[in-house]
Design a protein around this ligand. Structure first.
Ligand code: PAN
Ligand code: ZN
Length: 185
């Protein structure tokens, strides 16, 4: 059954939602096949296996016609220079999505299978993900990067799409913040 209208308290300092739904934690070992340097990834995954990002959800369920939200926090870091990032996914039925940057510095990398787009995400930036664009978030700074996502409950997450096709570009640490390089290089 659909849930009732509700207020969700957002703490802008702690970046928490209350009430809160499930929290997802992704460690380095959950990110197999994503970083360019497989050996560096493998060493980190089998070593201290750091937390790379967390996703805190609101209680709104991920079902058709609902409009859930979540806050993703990506830790600062890089693996052989490649900035820490989310796995990235495509929505199977190509629904759009909205991100609002809350804290830190980040980027929103999008790929439609041919074209790549990069948006700098600073607190207050709304990043719009149009239908059919796979999306990955990257922490380009030296503190945690957090953003709110709002998406159709039936959107789903196709991670295989990104494993198969990549994201067009990869984001590496640079003095200016980020160096975007073609995926294959
Ligand atoms: C976001 C992402 C979240 C984690 O809520 O799911 O940032 O990224 P991955 O799902 O790629 O691991 C979203 O885009 N939802 O649709
Ligand atoms: Zn999404």
């Amino acid at each position: 059954p659909p849930i009732s209208p509700m207020a969700i308290a957002f703490d802008a300092e702690k970046l928490t939602l209350s009430p809160e739904g499930p929290t997802l934690t992704r460690r380095m070992s959950d990110l197999e096949g994503l970083f360019r340097d497989h050996d560096a990834w493998s060493a980190a995954a089998s070593g201290d296996d750091p937390i790379v990002y967390t996703v805190v959800s609101s209680p709104v369920p991920e079902v058709e016609r609902e409009l859930p939200q979540s806050i993703t926090t990506i830790m600062p870091g890089d693996t052989a220079g490649e900035l820490w990032m989310t796995k990235g996914h495509q929505h199977p039925d190509h629904q759009g999505e909205i991100y609002l940057a809350l804290h830190g510095r980040g980027g929103l990398l999008m790929f439609d299978g041919e074209r790549t787009e990069w948006l700098d995400m600073l607190p207050g930036t709304i990043g719009y993900i149009p239908p059919g664009w796979a999306h990955r978030s990257v922490n380009t700074g030296d503190e945690p990067y957090s953003f709110l996502a709002v998406y159709p409950g039936g959107a789903g997450h196709d991670y295989g799409w990104v494993l198969e096709r990549g994201m067009g570009s990869r984001a590496f640490r640079a003095e200016s913040g980020v160096d975007l390089r073609p995926y294959a290089e």
